[in-house]
Ligand binder design. Structure first.
Ligand SMILES: Nc1nc2c(ncn2[C@@H]2O[C@H](COP(=O)(O)OP(=O)(O)OP(=O)(O)O)[C@@H](O)[C@H]2O)c(=O)[nH]1
Ligand SMILES: [Mg+2]
Length: 192
């Protein structure tokens, strides 16, 4: 018995390493990319400023670590997004569900370009319809229709979820779904 306790307590060895995936995070300025990623890393969100260039965070989850490269969404940076796509294994696209009609149209164009980009088109997408806490926010169903996701993303692996920085439990669940898709893709690639 003593021997068993000793071995259980002392000879456990380190836990198996979690798989890591490289993910690119895009979306217009103000959509909430840095806020969501900072909250996922348990960092303070009081002094967040618009991202100039890009920022990389290792975001820990129970079953995996996502190395997320956030690309700033300002007009001056947005045009260079595609230069930073190489090596990505998944995509997170964040949009402001309460933005003006004009900005929503720009977000739709950007999402469509990303879905069709040669370096991203085969990757799993997590689309977060953020700012759901605001009264002006469109519902996830409205966003799905407006962004024409069903016809455009048919045959691709994508998830569309509502989100708000006020409910990080739901955000974590959405990322867990993305991790599931990344794992599936990994296994498929391993089988080939
Ligand atoms: N009400 C509300 N505000 C949010 C939400 N997410 C982010 N914000 C606010 O939106 C503002 C912009 O957030 P950021 O995280 O800087 O946006 P970003 O997408 O990183 O912007 P860029 O780095 O410029 O591309 C901040 O003031 C956040 O507090 C949300 O879900 N609800
Ligand atoms: Mg940012």
């Amino acid at each position: 018995m003593l021997d068993y306790c000793f071995r259980t307590l002392c000879c456990k060895g380190p836990p198996p390493p979690r798989p890591e995936y490289d993910v690119v995070c895009i979306g217009l300025t103000g959509s909430g990319k840095t806020s969501l990623l900072s909250r996922l890393c348990s960092e303070a969100t009081d002094n967040i400023v618009p991202t100039t260039g890009f920022s990389i965070k290792a975001v820990p989850f129970q079953n995996a670590i996502l190395n997320v490269k956030e690309l700033g969404g300002a007009d001056s940076i947005k045009k260079y997004w595609s230069r930073y796509y190489q090596g990505s294994q998944g995509v997170v696209f964040v949009l402001d569900s309460a933005s003006s009609e004009e900005d929503l149209e720009v977000a739709r164009t950007e999402l469509h370009s990303a879905l069709q980009h040669p370096q991203l088109c085969t990757l799993p997408f997590l689309i977060l319809a953020n700012h759901q806490d605001k009264p002006a926010a469109r519902s996830v169903q409205e966003i799905k229709k407006y962004f024409e996701l069903e016809p455009l993303a048919r045959g691709k692996s994508w998830i569309l979820e509502g989100s708000t920085v006020d409910n990080m439990t739901a955000v974590k669940e959405s990322f867990a779904q993305l991790i599931h898709l990344l794992e599936e893709k990994d296994q498929e690639t391993g089988r080939i």
